[in-house]
Design a protein around this ligand. Structure first.
Ligand SMILES: Cc1cc2nc3c(=O)[nH]c(=O)nc-3n(C[C@H](O)[C@H](O)[C@H](O)COP(=O)(O)OP(=O)(O)OC[C@H]3O[C@@H](n4cnc5c(N)ncnc54)[C@H](O)[C@@H]3O)c2cc1C
Length: 459
């Protein structure tokens, strides 16, 4: 087919940026508009990746280069579905690629989940990463905390909870986040996995990092690490599993007398959450012991154990939300598609509608896999025959001018970027994030001189 002349991409996370960039390379004449509902681009790289992971955060630099090239028009602070509908976009563009990602927690349906002190990891991550749409304070007042989950987000959350605040001063966290962590009285953190140590989804490096935290000891029960033929089989077969289990065995071998740190992380295996205990506030977590069958499966044992904790974080997975006007599979929480072409209930492609990233595949996989996924979607898009969008199509420029006066373009983002770097430089740091939407919008919209930031506007 002939290349599309105008394509809209919804969501300026890595998936949306990669898709926009690949499209401009494969179809150089195509005009690509990249819509983002937040005042700042980069999705979960900015608002999910842990602030103490500067190497991963630096992926932003390569995404920046793609946007800087000038082939993609960035339009931030525009919520598609609210400010402009998908139907309007579909009429105004030859194709629309939905790359809206995932930002909420999968629900955990156990008694007590609604108690104060019970939190979703996604909300906590959004707070410490300075997401502009969440509260600026977080109740870090528990001495004993439970984290439920066996993946890297559970590790991120545990590491951030157990860290001493001064070790975060070389990151981009804002002052409200730093003072929240500085007041954190935590002493014990219990991290729970339903299955055994050979079945966790921790990456070896992230697990090891947990043991490198200042003034933190790790406690593992040696009984959880031995005597299961499944563990022996998995560690023989898979090097990452061997690494993970070896790291845990190293911790399990440390004598209690050598553990002198003021904070401790306890790793628990074969325990599944049954109820969060407490009347008006979390007072404990009831777990059921699981019995391994030697083949990697576990069954409920009927034996329960109560842990005294004052806060519970569930890190059992992220979930996407539906975008009005786009089909959504509520069971998988993804957009139904064929190689990136969005399909309706009958499995027929909806002309001009495509998807990529976590909203397409589900919230699994690293940023790197988002790139190959974006390529698949763009190739599918270019394979589909053109559609006529001219008849009765709204003038998108008029529509944006009328409804999106608050929008932030590339130069607006550069102003925010510069303001954050200046805040950091003034305090001997690389960057300090600006977290309030109104402030981001004011700076991005060019209505505030950078110098006005220096005098205590940042909290
Ligand atoms: C806590 C956490 C830590 C992680 N750490 C790492 C790591 O260390 N290394 C690694 O490789 N990967 C990491 N990941 C995974 C990585 O973040 C994802 O693979 C990647 O961000 C998915 O990209 P995406 O573009 O699909 O979604 P997102 O990054 O979520 O981007 C989606 C974008 O769409 C925007 N959007 C949503 N709705 C609308 C709308 N209606 N209108 C306009 N815009 C909209 C959102 O604001 C967002 O900017 C981590 C993920 C999480 C949750």
């Amino acid at each position: 087919m002939s290349a599309p002349s105008r394509v809209a991409v919804v969501g300026a996370g890595p998936a949306g940026i990669y898709a926009a960039d690949i499209l401009t390379q494969l179809a150089p004449g195509t005009q690509v508009d990249l819509f983002e509902k937040l005042p700042a681009p980069y999705g979960l790289v900015r608002y999910g990746v842990s602030p103490d992971h500067p190497r991963i955060k630096r992926i932003i630099e390569s995404l920046h280069v793609m946007l800087e090239a000038g082939r993609i028009r960035l339009l931030c602070n525009i919520d598609i579905g609210t400010d402009v509908t998908i139907e309007e976009l579909r009429s105004a563009y030859d194709a629309v690629i939905v790359a809206t990602g995932a930002i909420t927690d999968i629900p955990l349906d156990i008694p007590g989940i609604e108690l104060p002190g019970s939190f979703g990891a996604a909300d906590f991550v959004s707070w410490y990463d300075g997401h502009p749409d969440v509260a600026t304070t977080w109740p870090l007042d528990a001495e004993s905390v439970a984290v439920i989950g066996a993946g890297n987000v559970a590790l991120d959350v545990s590491r951030m909870l157990i860290k001493h605040a001064h070790t975060l001063l070389d990151t981009d966290i804002s002052d409200n986040v730093h003072s929240g962590f500085a007041a954190n009285p935590i002493r014990e953190l219990h991290l729970f996995a339903r299955r055994g140590p050979a079945d966790v989804r921790f990456s070896p490096t992230e697990l090891r990092e947990l043991g490198h935290q200042h003034d933190v000891d790790i406690v593992v029960d040696p009984a959880d690490l031995h005597g299961d033929r499944h563990i022996e089989r998995m560690t023989k077969q898979f090097a990452p599993t061997r690494n993970v289990v070896d790291t845990m065995r190293g911790w399990a071998a440390i004598a209690d007398s050598e553990r002198t740190a003021s904070r401790r992380v306890h790793l628990h295996f074969y325990q599944a959450p049954v109820a969060i205990l407490g009347d008006d506030q979390v007072e404990g977590l009831r777990m059921e012991r699981m019995t391994p069958d030697g083949y990697g499966h576990v069954t409920a044992s009927g034996a329960f154990v109560d842990h005294e904790v004052q806060a519970v974080y569930r890190a059992i997975g992220y979930a996407a939300t539906a975008l009005p006007g786009v089909p959504f599979d509520h069971a998988t929480r993804t957009i139904p598609h064929r190689d990136g072409a969005v399909v309706d209930d009958n499995g027929d492609h909806i002309p001009g509608l495509f998807t990529t990233g976590w909203i397409k595949r589900g919230p699994v996989g690293l940023i790197g896999s988002t790139k190959s996924d974006a390529r698949q979607t763009v190739e599918t898009l270019l394979d589909h025959s053109g559609r006529d969008t001219t008849a009765g199509a709204p003038d998108i420029e008029q529509l944006l001018a009328a409804r999106c006066g608050h929008r932030i373009d590339w130069n607006g983002w550069l102003r925010i970027d510069a303001a954050e770097q200046r805040l950091g430089t003034d305090r001997g740091r690389h960057r300090i994030k600006i977290i309030e939407r109104a402030e981001l919008t004011t700076i991005g919209g060019g209505r505030l001189r950078h110098s006005a930031l220096a005098d205590g506007r940042q909290r």
